[in-house]
Ligand binder design. Structure first.
Ligand code: ACO
Length: 375
């Protein structure tokens, strides 16, 4: 029988710096009352200069791994879902792989905006269920504060930075990922985009001057789209998993706007206490919002082993999707001795990375700029 794909560890990381609505009102023409009433956001975390997507992703991943007996070297696959990668390439996932010392893992980024974490969890689950891999690390990480136009009050008040991670593993125990709905509609691409910096519109002085390298959004249209798809995707994922909505203990929605979540709850005829909502403290952390919400809900005891959850999200692309899963407890918690060993392995990963970087340089000096084998 095909193995089940379980989430056995979870972790989150947010920057220390908190920016309140009042702080924002000092930068742009806005106020706390407008932001709270239109979005439900009170504050968000903003990355410091020396913090980046890979750093937050690695921190969340380390926390998720620390819950388990999985060592970085056991990881077969690392997927980082992000819309604010460190670079166009290399993939942020490769930087995380190096930082963790996950020497055997394939690593790649997945770009599906705020829906990305759902798609990434499903990709990892499918790879586990087919038997092609055993253990995966799935991360949603963003530093969208680097990509917003801090002069545009209609977008800069909405977003925040953060990361969340799942360790997923094959198991014979029933449960884990039960179903997934993945959808997209590229005809809505222009409703939410960063127009410049890619091959269509390479960065120039003009694109920078026109702020085309920052998030451009038609908020009202995105709002309408989101309220249409959140409820339908949730229902579809439940049906595919053979569950009734009453069987779902908690819905974990993408935290983009409290009003979108409330509209989805009304459409599903579910009370708001069946939804995990933490947008007030984080704003929209895009693909990181669902795993961050899950980390908080488990810490608060709202998610318990055996619970049926639906994660549902939408975002640029346009993309949307929902994933049903049955939560399990981690199979084995690490012993203190194992945690000590983990710290040592993390140190070794840094040493290994340092020497490999050093070796690339030596090789370059020995063989010149031309790759070996070239005539
Ligand atoms: N402070 C004060 N006033 C503001 C602000 C602000 N920060 N921003 C806009 N306004 C003004 C507007 O200028 C407008 O004024 P006008 O009527 O004089 O023109 C007025 O407030 C109303 O603006 P609307 O855009 O109609 O406000 P709305 O109620 O639609 O709320 C919002 C705007 C919060 C952006 C909402 O449309 C929304 O949440 N949309 C969905 C956005 C979303 O979820 N995006 C993330 C997708 S996920 C991803 O992939 C990254």
């Amino acid at each position: 029988m095909a193995p089940f794909a379980h989430v056995i560890g979870w972790g989150m990381a947010v920057p220390e710096r908190v920016m309140t609505n009042d702080d924002l009102a000092k930068i742009v023409d806005t106020n706390d009352e407008w932001i709270v009433s239109r979005s439900g956001i009170h504050s968000r975390h903003i990355a410091a200069e020396n913090e980046s997507t890979a750093i937050l992703a690695t921190r969340a991943a380390a926390q998720a791994l620390a819950m388990t007996t999985v060592e970085p070297a056991d990881l077969d696959l690392i997927i980082v879902s992000t819309s604010s990668p460190e670079h166009i390439f290399p993939a942020t996932a490769c930087l995380v792989q190096d930082a963790l010392g996950a020497a055997r893992a394939g690593a790649f980024d997945l770009s599906a905006a705020c829906t990305g974490f759902i798609f990434a969890v499903n990709m990892a689950a499918q790879a586990i269920r087919t038997g092609s891999i055993r253990t995966a690390l799935v991360i949603g990480a963003e530093t969208l504060s680097r990509l917003v136009n801090w002069e545009d009050r209609s977008t800069c008040v909405l977003f925040g930075d953060g990361a969340g991670a799942f360790v997923m593993q094959a198991s014979d125990r029933p449960g884990g990922v039960l179903s997934c709905v993945m959808r997209s509609d590229g005809s809505g691409a222009s409703l939410l985009s960063i127009p410049a910096g890619g091959s269509r519109m390479p960065t120039t002085a003009e694109t920078v001057q026109r702020k085309l390298h920052t998030i451009q959004m038609n908020g009202r249209e995105v709002f309408r789209f989101a309220t249409r798809v959140m409820a339908s995707a949730t229902k579809e994922a439940a049906v595919k998993a053979g569950l009734r909505l009453e069987d779902i203990e908690l819905v974990v929605p993408h935290q983009a706007n409290l009003r979108i979540i409330e509209t989805a709850a009304r459409a599903l005829k579910l009370p708001m206490d069946r939804f995990v909502v933490n947008i007030a403290n984080y704003g929209n952390t895009s693909t990181a919002s669902i795993p961050i919400a899950i980390c908080e809900a488990t810490a608060d005891g709202r998610i318990r082993p055996g619970d049926h959850l639906i994660m549902v999200g939408f975002g640029a692309g346009l993309t949307w999707g929902a994933l049903a899963l049955q939560w399990v407890s981690p199979e084995r918690r690490p012993t203190p001795a194992r945690r000590g060993r983990r710290r040592f392995l993390t140190f070794l990963a840094h040493v290994r990375s340092f020497f490999r970087r050093f070796w690339w340089r030596i090789e370059g000096l020995l063989w010149g700029a031309e790759p070996r084998g070239r005539t």
